[in-house]
Design a protein around this ligand. Structure first.
Ligand code: FAD
Length: 414
């Protein structure tokens, strides 16, 4: 039986570990935290996952919160104009529902499922020097430890990395009591609001430890008016600041917040992500090799909600590669090929995210947003790309194709 070590107990590591057990691999997961610590800890993400990614979980019976999770069926976009008005406002339908399950619920349950299915969990915060010894004990070592220290194993790939510093200051607030927008009273939606020059505010439904909730995510341009959480102390003050900013910059969303309260004192988070693509093969001092996975090698800002989706796809691609590889050694060529198969999708999510981070935004992107007012069917095509970023390669990622498509729509031919 082939022995595989996965370092990290997040979306990618646990999904891969659980699915490998079904194929009779001997799998160990090393987790820096116990299930109880994760459950009782701070929120880590907004983790909205779209239909294609959820299908990877469903294929292995891992989407265990199907019934109780709010069905996110749409994508609403607004751009603030002067005086609290909206210069742009539209709504597109997502093909299939998206779900967000608080990682504080999901990961502890997956750890339990993993142990029940015969996997071994070791609670240990793995260091670079530990890995040398582990590499000799396992046929394959995969580093799925997210954005932590172990990423130093993997060199930055300058040809695939657009930024070298965070482009947004992030602030997350989990709340109960936020109502739906009146323009889509029957549909829960991911809402994307832009304050030109200042950044964005997203809201999305989720399932948290105390039931269904809504998450507010600020994506503030550093130093701009939405970058306003550094002096906030305590969860209630964090919520108050999130609401003050909303009243000033996104009053139409503030209308939804008449009866809002924090889900819990750990339901707030601030931070920043430096978007980066890294080489996937880590070489250890003793000569062993490790394969990087998901955020450890391709990390995107959460502005476009792609990271957990990428992690799920990465787990599915790595699983397929491991199964197809049979008994052959997991050498550097296997590792590079496996990553390239993942990058074939992840490059689209990365292009989308980097495009949405640009300040000022690309002109053709704003032309698309503007055109949707006159031609609402473009909204559904845009929502399709949020759901599966590879479809944007057929139009939005290329100025000429995007403008050509807008012209076709205007002429009634698309
Ligand atoms: C504010 C914010 C909002 C986001 N919103 C979304 C969204 O709406 N949709 C979306 O798709 N993505 C979103 N993301 C991104 C998403 O959360 C990540 O991309 C995803 O969780 C990455 O999964 P992963 O398995 O690579 O790593 P992680 O989920 O980070 O898991 C890594 C695990 O490894 C463990 N670990 C770390 N170091 C060690 C070590 N040395 N030894 C042992 N264990 C270790 C950690 O404790 C953790 O459990 C968001 C991210 C942020 C920061």
């Amino acid at each position: 039986m082939r022995r595989i070590l996965i370092v990290g107990s997040g979306q990618s590591g646990l999904q891969l570990g659980l699915s490998l057990l079904r194929h009779d691999y001997e799998v160990t997961i090393m987790s820096a935290r116990t299930a109880e610590e994760i459950q009782g800890g701070r929120v880590m993400s907004t983790q909205l996952m779209f239909h294609p990614s959820l299908e990877h979980e469903r294929a292995y019976g891992l989407h265990l919160w199907e019934e109780e999770t709010p069905d996110t069926g749409g994508f609403g976009m607004s751009v603030a104009g002067p005086d609290g008005s909206r210069a742009v406002n539209w709504f597109g339908s997502l093909p299939g529902h998206a779900h967000s399950v608080d990682q504080r619920l999901k990961m502890p349950r997956w750890l339990e499922e993993f142990e029940n299915a015969g996997g071994r969990v070791v609670i240990h915060s793995v260091t670079l020097s530990d890995l040398d010894g582990f590499a000799r004990l396992y046929d394959l070592v995969i580093v799925a430890a997210g954005k932590g220290d172990l990423v130093r194993l993997f060199d930055r790939d300058p040809t695939r990395s657009v930024y070298s510093a965070p482009q947004r200051a992030l602030s997350v607030t989990y709340v109960h009591g936020m109502t739906r927008r009146p323009e889509h009273p029957d549909v829960d939606a991911l809402r994307f609001n832009i304050a030109p020059g200042g950044g964005e505010m997203l809201t999305m439904p989720s399932l948290t430890t105390s039931g269904p909730c809504e998450i507010i995510l600020y994506e503030a341009v550093p130093g701009g008016p939405l970058d306003a959480f550094s002096d906030v102390r305590g969860p209630q003050a964090h919520l108050d600041r999130a609401l003050e900013l909303m009243r000033e910059h996104f009053p139409w969303e503030y209308e939804r917040c008449g009866d809002v309260e924090l889900t819990d004192d750990r339901g707030v988070l601030t931070g920043a992500v430096s978007p980066e693509v890294r080489h996937p093969v880590g070489r250890l001092p003793g000569g062993g090799l490790v394969l990087g996975m998901a955020d450890a090698v391709v990390v995107n800002d959460p502005i476009s909600g792609q990271g957990s989706n990428n992690a799920a796809r990465c787990a599915a691609v790595y699983l397929r590669a491991i199964l197809d590889h049979g008994d052959r050694p997991y050498d550097a060529e296997f590792m590079r090929d496996t990553f390239e198969a993942y990058w074939d999708y992840a490059r689209h999510a990365t292009t989308l995210t980097n495009m949405m981070l640009r300040q000022p935004p690309p002109a053709h992107l704003m032309e698309v947003f503007g055109a949707i007012g006159a031609y609402p069917r473009i909204a559904d095509r845009f929502a399709l790309g949020i759901n599966d970023a590879s479809s944007f390669d057929e139009w939005l990622f290329h100025e000429d194709l995007a403008r050509g498509y807008l012209a076709e729509v205007a002429a009634g031919r698309a």
